[in-house]
Design a protein around this ligand. Structure first.
Ligand SMILES: Nc1ncnc2c1ncn2[C@@H]1O[C@H](COP(=O)(O)OP(=O)(O)OP(=O)(O)O)[C@@H](O)[C@H]1O
Ligand SMILES: [Mg+2]
Length: 354
């Protein structure tokens, strides 16, 4: 039998008084001990609101939240944040500028656990700084650290009280791409080493895939899909998820049996389709397009980028639609030339026109 989940969310809804449209609508999910959940979705879909409800900064309109087998949020009774065993990391670090790094980390500890001795606090600061790889910086002030270091201190501050669950709201979005890539792997390792559970909000699909054990994709206050990164990437449940999580082309298509008729040609693909004849869109990933130079073909190469291991092409059909393709560097097609495009996929996805 699985141990009890660390977090259970049941039928959670949140409607703000000034906003008729629900910020969260019937959210249900569970988080297991030690699991990292990536929360992915466009701006305004309710990611921060969900974290704020879990942390206790807001009460739900209906539904409830169970943390460590205790019901902590209901519309009638909302346990305050300092009495929940959670830690939060914000996008802008929110470090206290006039406190040293040690005092920044100690603040959360003292606030949460009034009985800790001075010595115990000192020890915990050292342990946490070691965990985030920043020993020796305890006497500095936040402005004396780089953005990436400040974000690791913010993580240390949230981890120091040893919460059961840590909530990270776009912690990397203020950092440049290189630091971001490095830190996302590091944050995953730190959380795993600390053995705690985490919810990591991002609107960057690659970041979500890299850091999460499971991913929840949200849309307009609702949970659109919940699954492992592999499930979400290979089997998106809707066009919305597909567009959000994968880099793909969506080709208007008519399907009948195993034949797909599109503007760039007919393709035969073995696929299970819900109906015999349908109209909709065929999802084709960039790496699933094969380009064959041909003077009479209905597609023109508009741009080519060399990305080291591959080329990325921007193509345009005669009707004006843009497509993107990635090929190995052995396929070098000149810009301005015409190509026949073939779809090479074992796993076609078809989204019915709604
Ligand atoms: N205190 C509030 N009062 C009224 N409406 C709010 C409040 N907080 C959030 N909202 C609304 O709830 C919805 C969800 O907001 P939320 O901040 O959770 O989105 P988000 O997914 O975190 O977006 P972003 O990616 O831009 O941070 C939005 O429509 C927002 O305007
Ligand atoms: Mg937000």
């Amino acid at each position: 039998m699985n141990p009890a989940p660390i977090l259970q969310i049941k039928e959670l809804c949140k409607v703000f008084a000034t906003n008729e449209i629900p910020a969260l609508s019937h959210i249900n999910f569970q988080l297991q001990q030690g699991e990292i959940l990536g929360l992915l979705g466009p701006s305004g879909c309710g990611k921060t609101t969900l974290l704020r409800l879990i942390a206790g900064f807001e009460a739900p309109t209906s539904g409830h939240i169970t943390l460590n087998s205790d019901i902590v949020s209901t519309p009638e009774r909302n346990i305050p944040p300092e009495q929940r065993n959670t830690g939060m990391v914000f996008q802008d670090y929110a470090l206290f500028p006039h406190f040293t790094i040690a005092d920044n980390i100690a603040f959360g500890l003292r606030h949460r656990n009034k009985k800790l001795s001075k010595q115990a606090i000192k020890k915990r600061i050292q342990e946490t700084l070691t965990l985030v790889g920043l020993t020796g910086l305890e006497h500095r002030y936040p402005h004396e650290l780089s953005g990436g270091q400040q974000q690791r201190i913010a993580l240390a501050r949230a981890l120091a009280p040893r919460p059961a669950l840590i909530l990270l709201d776009e912690p990397l979005s203020n950092l440049d791409v290189q630091v971001r890539h490095h830190l996302r792997q590091e944050i995953r390792q730190i959380i795993k080493a600390a053995g705690i559970s985490a919810i990591f909000v991002t609107h960057d699909q690659e970041e979500a895939l890299a850091i999460s054990d499971r991913i929840a994709v949200m849309r307009a206050g609702k949970m659109e899909q919940f699954g492992t990164p592999e499930e979400i990437y290979t089997n998106p449940s809707s066009r919305f998820v597909a567009e959000f999580v994968t880099q793909a082309n969506f080709l208007p298509a008519k399907i009948s049996g195993d034949t797909w008729e599109t503007e760039i040609g007919k393709f035969r693909v073995a696929a299970i389709t819900p109906v015999d004849i349908a109209e909709g869109e065929l999802m084709v990933r960039e790496e699933e397009l094969e380009l064959i130079p041909q003077a009479e073909a209905p597609v023109v190469v508009r741009e080519r980028q060399f990305l080291g291991r591959e080329y990325r092409y921007c193509l345009q059909t005669d009707s004006g639609k843009y497509l993107h393709a990635r090929t190995g560097i052995q396929t070098m097609v000149p810009v301005g030339s015409r190509v026949e495009v073939k779809v090479q996929t074992n796993q076609p996805h078809f989204f019915l026109a709604s």
